[in-house]
Write a protein that binds this ligand. Structure first.
Ligand code: 1HE
Length: 262
């Protein structure tokens, strides 16, 4: 484990990536983003699935507002060159990389914290979690991909309400608005996320890659283009283990599908 602003551990084929700045509610500073980037890229190399969580009682309080103030007052100089927004780059590495991410959420999941959470493919929260977009109250705007990702997850109506009124969503509302898929009792989000990650790791890497990379792109396409890309995708060469898995099913040796659990 690296003892720093972002921790990294490998448990079997699952990487555990933890925001580790509990005293500042895991607010995202430039240094946090740099370390998160390294951890995500390391997980891409070493793991088949990753779990993202926050140390302490909160997932993430969003942008480091103290650092943002320093930037706004010129105490941190503006970069000399324009380049891709670092948050966009890192969150896209999570959302459209080679492996699925499960986010374990508790306490504050606000602003950039919600943007980070929605870069993950499955989100689990415990009943201490609350979701918000307080940018309006801080005089700023979402900047970590929220206009694209959060808007797609909750829809324009809900996002506008959250941003204009600053209203926080409870775990039950989070479930209703598709912010999360699972709600568990306090303190159990990480365990549930790990359980899901282990299950996801049993799929082929190829199918997991397609699920997280093909589905969202087709979602952004027209009906016709989507079907065309799906057809191209079916025609792609399949890795050898596919044949065995298809044979297992045809021979009646495959595990039955799991009944849905609450
Ligand atoms: C912070 C931050 C932060 C806490 N940046 N330092 N995000 C927000 O607008 C949320 C701001 N934070 C809060 O509303 C509250 O802190 C919480 C509801 C998350 C947690 O409350 P609580 O009572 O548990 O903690 P606290 O006492 O408010 O904060 C503890 C410490 O964390 C305190 O520092 P200390 O040195 O006085 O102990 C806080 O200043 C510090 N802290 N949140 C910096 N965000 C790319 S665009 C993205 C735009 C956004 O993300 S906007 C949303 C910003």
């Amino acid at each position: 484990m690296i003892d720093s602003l972002v921790t990294y551990e490998l448990e079997g084929s699952v990487a555990l990536i933890g925001l580790n700045r509990a005293d500042k509610r895991n607010a995202i500073s430039d240094a946090v983003i740099t370390e998160l980037r390294s951890a995500v890229l390391r997980a891409h190399e070493e793991a088949d699935v990753a779990v993202l969580f926050g140390h302490g009682n909160n997932f993430c309080a969003g942008l480091d507002l103290a650092e943002a103030l320093q930037r706004a007052t010129g105490k941190i100089p503006a970069p000399r060159k324009r380049r891709r927004h670092t948050w966009h780059e890192v969150f896209d590495q999570i959302a459209r990389g080679p492996i699925p991410f499960v986010a374990a959420l508790s306490g504050a999941v606000v602003g950039g914290g919600l943007e980070l959470a929605t870069a993950a493919h499955i989100r689990v929260c415990d009943d201490t979690a609350f979701f918000g977009l307080p940018e309006g109250q801080r005089g700023i705007f979402v900047g970590g991909g929220g206009t694209v990702r959060i808007q797609r997850v909750v829809g324009t109506t809900v996002m506008m309400d959250m941003m204009l009124t600053g209203r926080l969503l409870s775990p039950t509302e989070g479930l209703q608005e598709h912010v999360v898929r699972y709600v568990v009792p306090a303190g159990q989000a990480l365990a549930k996320a790990k359980e899901l990650a282990v299950r996801i790791a049993q799929n082929t890497l190829e199918t997991n890659w397609k699920i997280i990379n093909v589905l969202p792109r087709i979602h952004d396409m027209s009906h016709d283009d989507g079907l065309f890309v799906e057809q191209l995708n079916s025609a792609m060469a399949r890795p050898p283990e596919v044949e065995q898995r298809l044979r297992d099913f045809v021979d009646g040796k495959a595990k039955p599908l799991q009944a849905p659990k609450e």
